[in-house]
Design a protein around this ligand. Structure first.
Ligand code: MN
Length: 210
């Protein structure tokens, strides 16, 4: 991913059909090439005439969005969020995924949620509870303590002071072609294709003591 403006849509690190049978190739293609591309284009369009912000990274734009000119804030929230959330979603996938998260993240998940099965249940319930479009997340607070949260639209955990580790996109465009309106089936399938090694590395990157 480009560090700053102009942002680019990074190619997927796998083929469009790599997540079959859990997520179909057409959904992956449209989701990446059209939905994510639109957020990239919109974000660059918003920032075009603001060279003073061209050195800000995606994360900086999101963390400091409330310090930007009021006229830019919602557009940045929606579109920098749209880029960030989708890149995280796509790059945290592999097929087949690991059955359970490796150490140390696996231990922290067990500590916080009882066991992995219970974590799956809680994250699934959170994802089902999102009304309309949004995401459910595994996130961490500033001390590295894990928490499941939900966000609406393209909001990110940064806006409430959390570090994003893993997200499931529950906008209908993420699953409608294959799972129709049955979000629960999509969530169940998504749990089969989590790249836990990647999520674990991300946790370690944020929290060097881990
Ligand atoms: Mn999406």
């Amino acid at each position: 991913m480009n560090e700053h403006y102009p942002f680019v849509n990074p190619p997927l690190p796998y083929a469009f059909d790599a997540m079959e049978p859990y997520i179909d190739a057409k959904t992956m293609e449209l989701h990446h090439d059209r939905h994510l591309q639109t957020y990239v284009d919109n974000l660059n369009g918003i920032l075009k005439n603001y060279p003073q912000y061209h050195s800000l990274s995606l994360e900086e734009l999101l963390i400091f969005v409330n310090s930007l000119p009021t006229a830019l804030q919602q557009g940045i929230r929606n579109n920098a969020g749209g880029v960030y959330n989708h890149i995280l979603y796509f790059f945290n996938m592999e097929n087949p995924g690991m059955k359970e998260p490796p150490s140390p993240l696996g231990e922290y998940i067990a500590k916080e949620f009882g066991n992995y099965g219970n974590f799956v249940k809680e994250l699934s319930e959170a994802a089902m509870s999102v009304f309309g479009s949004g995401y459910a997340w595994l996130a961490a607070d500033a001390f590295g303590r894990l928490k499941i949260i939900t966000t609406a639209n393209q909001d990110t955990p940064f806006s409430t002071g959390f570090y994003p580790l893993l997200n499931v996109d529950v906008w209908e465009h993420a699953y409608y072609l294959k799972h129709y309106n049955v979000r629960a089936d999509y969530i169940k399938d998504w749990f089969q294709i989590i790249n836990w090694e990647q999520v674990n590395d991300r946790y370690k990157m944020f929290f060097a003591q881990a």
